[in-house]
Design a protein around this ligand. Structure first.
Ligand code: ATP
Ligand code: MG
Length: 496
């Protein structure tokens, strides 16, 4: 084979365009902040203070940690794009991978990144200013020799690091001149980010002695555990271990408590901004840090029947290549072996959950004496049909002259066939808790209790058992406060 005749030319990337390109890895404020906090956790910080001045003439954001800090040489390395080789092995619990996060996360939000750091009493400070890089088109990093004048200097602890974002062009929401509007926009972005950080780092923020204390403008953030582990009614299945060449994958299925067993705040908090339907699914933790929050990654569909199902999947950082972890630590793909195993787990879990729901539906109807609606299985479909034998309907029908009875029953059947299934489906998806039955007027309830009581007694139910029997009917159980005095009244008039 003939050798290639080779000439070499310099093709160094243009600093100006390359660094601008690093702004668009697809971060938003929340993923960018999380990436900076990852670094602090890896540097063994116990506290991270997030300070945001949104109302200043020139707004800024700072993240101060009390981790290991850096020497000047380390700082210069840290500021380098691609400071570490992504294929290098990392220590367990290291949340980094690419040697990019500090820079790319920061540039996604700001045009000026300053890092102040202190170790062994020596303070170092370096800055990337994108306007300066654009002008000079080289990779010269600024080192600042009088760090005491830098914004955020007062946040520096004895050892630790402060990351400061200035010239927040991407966070202004387009309100460059309207300061109030700009602040309002930034604050709403920050409050979204707060929710994200409480979720992503919940395992670090939990417990009596949390691994990390994280605060936003002086207010300590509480963890938001998507598995509601500490809730007594959460159902936790035993952990399953999948042993692979690169490490262990831990899988644990959780069934959240029904919304009636939680306070509204708790329910909404773990539902998140997108709600429970969208939040069901897999929760992948890499070194205890959440990287994927919900969704079934193609293994199942998000349905109303499975919306309480959440599976925690724990992976070590030794599997990053197989999981295709991205720079933002906000997406991953299931490696084929894991997918296969997880598919079985999901099918079993989701199947059980659907059956529980269905049988619950069945039971409700079965246990009820004289339901108003019957659940009927017909040709593989499920039909809800008004129960024409219900005492309320029967009693009334019996009072009607013969020729009107047929018409009355037809009306009821039409109500049944007219059940607005499609609208119900649409409303139930994502918003099931808000769908309720109509109110019952006092006179209607009275009619119902009376006719039911009479029929039950005719069917041999003793009067002292009426209350219990009636309460096995979910419709009446819900309205029992109003129904109980009616029944008492009935019994009194009946006995006297
Ligand atoms: N707060 C900090 N305290 C101490 N060292 C830090 C801190 N932030 C960054 N570093 C150092 O700077 C390096 C570069 O950080 P950067 O976030 O760019 O990459 P990474 O964390 O190694 O990988 P990734 O791109 O996956 O985040 C880190 O590896 C770490 O050595
Ligand atoms: Mg990092």
């Amino acid at each position: 084979m003939t050798e290639h005749i080779v000439r070499e030319v310099d093709a160094t990337p243009y600093a100006a365009s390359l660094i601008e390109g690093h702004r668009d890895f697809g971060y938003n404020l929340e993923t960018a902040l999380a990436d900076i906090i990852d670094n602090a956790i890896t540097a063994e910080a116990r506290t991270v203070e997030l300070i945001a001045d949104t109302v200043a003439e020139e707004p800024w954001i700072a993240l101060a940690d009390d981790g290991s800090g850096m020497t000047e040489t380390e700082l210069v390395e840290a500021m380098r794009l691609g400071s570490k080789d992504p294929t290098d092995e990392r220590e367990a619990e290291d949340l980094g991978r690419f040697g990019l996060g500090l820079k790319s996360a920061s540039f996604s939000q700001c045009r000026s990144l300053t890092v102040l750091t202190r170790q062994d009493g020596r303070t170092s400070c370096a800055r990337w200013d994108l306007d300066r890089v654009a002008k000079r088109n080289d990779w010269c990093l600024e080192l600042i020799d009088n760090p005491e004048v830098v914004t955020g200097h007062d946040l520096l602890t004895e050892t630790g690091t402060v990351v400061i974002w200035e010239n927040l062009d991407r966070l202004s929401g387009g309100y460059t001149h309207d300061r109030a509007k700009r602040a309002e926009h930034m604050n709403s972005e920050l409050s979204r980010a707060e929710h994200h950080l409480r979720l992503v780092f919940h395992r670090f923020l939990e417990g009596a002695k949390p691994r990390l204390k994280l605060s936003l403008n002086g207010r300590q953030l509480t963890p938001n555990d998507p598995m509601a582990t500490s809730h007594a009614a959460t159902q936790k299945d035993p952990e399953e271990v999948l042993r692979l060449r690169q490490g262990d994958v831990l899988i644990r299925c959780h069934t959240l408590p029904h919304h009636k067993r939680m306070s509204r705040e708790e329910w909404e908090e773990i539902g998140g901004p997108e709600g429970h339907l969208k939040s069901q699914g897999l929760y992948v933790y890499r070194e205890k840090r959440l990287i994927i929050a919900g969704g079934w990654l193609g293994l199942a569909r998000q349905t109303e029947l499975t919306k309480l199902c959440r599976i925690a999947v724990d992976i070590p950082n030794t599997m990053d290549a197989e999981w295709k972890i991205d720079v933002k630590k906000a997406s991953a793909q299931l490696p084929p072996v894991v997918r296969e195993r997880l598919k079985k787990v999901v099918e079993r879990f989701v199947g059980t959950s659907k059956r529980t729901y269905r049988s619950r539906g069945q039971k409700l109807v079965d246990e009820t004496r004289f339901p108003i609606w019957n659940r009927v299985q017909k040709d593989g479909q499920i039909v809800f049909r008004p129960n024409l034998e219900h005492p309320v309907f029967r009693t009334y029908s019996d009072q009607l002259p013969e020729e009107l009875r047929e018409g009355f029953e037809r009306c009821l059947r039409i109500v049944g066939s007219g059940l607005p299934i499609e609208t119900l489906h649409a409303e139930l998806v994502g918003n099931a808790e808000a769908v309720t039955a109509d109110e019952t007027s006092a006179t209607d309830l009275e009619e119902l209790v009376y006719s039911l009581a009479v029929t039950l007694m005719e069917n041999g139910v003793p009067s002292e058992a009426l209350s219990d029997t009636m309460q096995s009917n979910p419709f009446l159980r819900l309205r029992w406060e109003a129904a109980a005095p009616i029944l008492e009244d009935f019994l009194r008039t009946r006995i006297s």
